[in-house]
Design a protein around this ligand. Structure first.
Ligand SMILES: Nc1nc2c(ncn2[C@@H]2O[C@H](COP(=O)(O)OP(=O)(O)OP(=O)(O)O)[C@@H](O)[C@H]2O)c(=O)[nH]1
Ligand SMILES: [Mg+2]
Length: 179
């Protein structure tokens, strides 16, 4: 049985913890802690170390799901969590002040990992802010010479997150479905 590891990252509140909770086939491990500076956002807790869950694929493969903290003060966890990973899911929150800046920051921070593996991008909270559009994200990405999958994703919806993960796996191994 094959086992793989993927990593979810992105800014505070993008939905990393929620996404792993949505798709994990086991009760996820969370390290959410109450943070006073979170009262500004919709939520009162933030990840301080990592999230962990497992997604079982139909063919018996297991995908181990790791979520990073979004806050930069915990960025020492980012390199630790990517070790042995096969790809990155970048979640962006469309209600933040500059989601393109967030995107560039995380693509840059995880640049070495991405250049060795692959990345797929999920834009959350598009129900609250419909702009920028997915086409706008593609244009920004073209400008920096990248062409990853980009989807509108509600981190609370299992099917949305699952599609994003499948697209990452597909980009890593286009023959996966025939094996
Ligand atoms: N309206 C709306 N809410 C969403 C969507 N996706 C996620 N959320 C909510 O946004 C919040 C995301 O919180 P978390 O999952 O804790 O975010 P996180 O990325 O783990 O944040 P940190 O651990 O602090 O970095 C939750 O309250 C979710 O229910 C979406 O597409 N639309
Ligand atoms: Mg979190």
């Amino acid at each position: 049985m094959s086992q793989y590891k993927i990593i979810f990252t992105g800014p505070v509140g993008a939905g990393k913890t929620t996404a792993i909770q949505s798709i994990s086939d086991v009760p996820p491990v969370k390290t959410d802690a109450a943070a006073s500076d979170m009262t500004k956002s919709r939520k009162s807790a933030t990840t301080v170390a990592m999230d962990y869950g497992i997604m079982n694929l139909d063919d018996g493969e297991k995908i181990h799901l790791y979520g990073t903290p979004g806050q930069e003060r915990f960025d020492f966890m980012w390199d630790i969590l990517t070790v042995g990973g096969i790809g990155l899911i970048l979640l962006l929150d469309n209600t933040r002040s500059d989601p393109f800046q967030d995107m560039k920051f995380f693509l840059d921070s995880f640049g070495n990992f991405i250049s060795d593996t692959s990345v797929a991008i999920g834009v959350t909270q598009m129900d609250l802010n419909s702009k920028p559009t997915i086409a706008d994200y593609h244009m920004q990405l073209e400008g920096i010479g990248l062409n990853p999958a980009v989807f509108s994703v509600d981190a609370r919806v299992k099917q949305d997150v699952s599609l994003l993960v499948q697209s990452l796996l597909f980009s890593l191994n286009p023959g996966l479905e025939d094996e």
